[in-house]
Write a protein that binds this ligand. Structure first.
Ligand code: SAM
Length: 399
């Protein structure tokens, strides 16, 4: 029994896939076809409305499932649905069930105020002043600040997608134009910003993670990145109700050679978040810790380059690529699955990068080179280290 879930898919009557390669060659929407080296799964490459992505075809006794591929999925679900419809028409599939009726509701994540982390590789900041809020939750503080400071762009970071969607809706409803919402881990995001761009970085009530302190937002590395992106006299502002987190943060802030820290207890802010209101009712202590940036930082000069330096398809790679995840200091690389596209080309599904926010990508390995399909990873230091290991492993196996 194949489980399809809610994302766009079609269940179709089993059909002869031996002619798929030929059909793809003639198709207007399909661009490639590949088969798994270890299972019966297949992958169909498509190009529709300027977006390139993959569809998965999973055969089963009673029905074949044609569905979206998570790694390469386009942002607009309707593009995916249209492509599934077109492929099914071209292949003359007999549809048993489907959920690809086009919807007119605009997905909140397609709002112009939603930014992908990749966008920051080359982005124009519409305001001279920029502030960042980490983990905005209900967004009360973020929306309040944005309304009060129309000359500042507020970049809100939140890993919880439904909260990001809720706040995007509020932005549209309230007609606010100076917030960007980024659905990404704040610990990796700051690297994407230029030096000295921020006035404030708010970290309000971060999850204390008492049992897993390595997951905390505040760390030496986060402090260093915050100081780089803050302008001179800019501030990192932590607000917490957790004694543990307060002492942990102080220790972290004082562990660097030079720092200027200000501490306050039970300071009332102009706006109270839902989360904070609960603690206030319980008369819990709340701590503010402000770290001032004392000087401007240099622009980052390190260039992240996701080249494969001449790695090419060989039979050895096809047969001998390490199957297990390889773990290094702070990151990992894992060649998860291999799909054969032609006699001399492969699609390799990989996971790599940080343990908190791994990247999932396909590599297209051909006779004349290798590249990420369809897009490169996010340009973070940890992804770059992992990329170099991927290249190293491919070269070691290449023969
Ligand atoms: C306890 S809530 C506080 C929310 C809000 N700041 C407030 O004061 O009500 C912590 C929020 O941080 C988000 N969060 C946790 N770790 C994060 C990270 N690494 N990057 C971005 N957001 C994160 C969580 O999803 C959650 O919404």
């Amino acid at each position: 029994m194949i489980k399809a879930g809610n994302m766009p898919h079609l269940k179709v009557t089993p059909f002869d896939t031996s002619t798929l390669q030929e059909k793809v060659a003639k198709s207007t929407v399909m661009t490639s076809f590949s088969t798994s080296m270890t299972s019966t799964d297949m992958i169909i490459g498509v190009e529709h409305k300027g977006e390139e992505f993959l569809l998965q075809l999973k055969p089963d006794d009673k029905a074949y499932l044609l569905k979206y591929d998570k790694v390469t999925r386009p942002l607009k679900v309707n593009i995916l649905k249209e492509a599934l419809g077109l492929v099914s028409e071209e292949l003359e599939l007999v549809v048993l069930s489907s959920n690809i009726a086009l919807s007119n509701t605009k997905a909140a994540l397609s709002s112009e105020y939603f930014k992908k982390i990749e966008d920051f590789a080359d982005i124009d900041y519409p305001k001279d002043k920029v502030s960042v809020e980490v983990g905005f939750g209900s967004g009360r503080h973020l929306l309040y600040q944005a309304e009060k400071n129309p000359d500042t762009l507020f970049i809100g970071l939140e890993i919880h997608t439904p909260s990001a969607q809720q706040v995007l809706k509020q932005i549209e409803l309230q007609g606010i134009e100076n917030i960007w919402v980024v659905n990404y881990d704040a610990r990796l995001f700051l690297e994407m910003l230029p030096s000295n761009i921020c006035t404030q970085i708010f970290v309000h009530f971060p999850v204390p993670w008492d049992k897993k302190p390595q997951r905390r937002v505040i760390s030496k590395n986060f402090l260093a990145e915050s100081m780089r992106v803050l302008e001179q006299e800019g501030r990192l502002e932590l607000r917490t109700d957790s004694d543990n987190y307060f002492w942990y943060a102080l220790e972290t802030f004082f562990s660097v050679p030079k720092t200027e820290v200000e501490v306050r207890k039970n300071e009332a802010l102009e706006v109270t978040s839902k989360y904070e209101a609960r603690w206030l009712r319980q008369e819990k202590d709340i701590y503010d810790v402000y770290v001032k940036c004392r000087e401007n930082s240099q622009e980052r000069t390190d260039t992240v380059d996701f080249n494969f330096n001449g790695v090419k398809y060989t039979k050895e790679i096809e047969n001998n690529l390490p199957k297990k995840a390889l773990v290094f200091d702070g990151y990992f690389v894992h060649f998860e699955r291999i799909f054969k596209v032609t006699e001399e080309s492969l699609l390799i599904k990989c996971a790599f990068g940080s343990f908190d926010r791994p990247e999932h990508k396909y590599l297209l390995l051909e006779k004349n080179g290798c590249r990420y399909f369809v897009a490169e990873p996010v340009k973070t230091t940890v992804n770059f280290s992992a990329h170099q290991k991927l290249v190293e492993q491919l070269m070691l196996t290449e023969g």
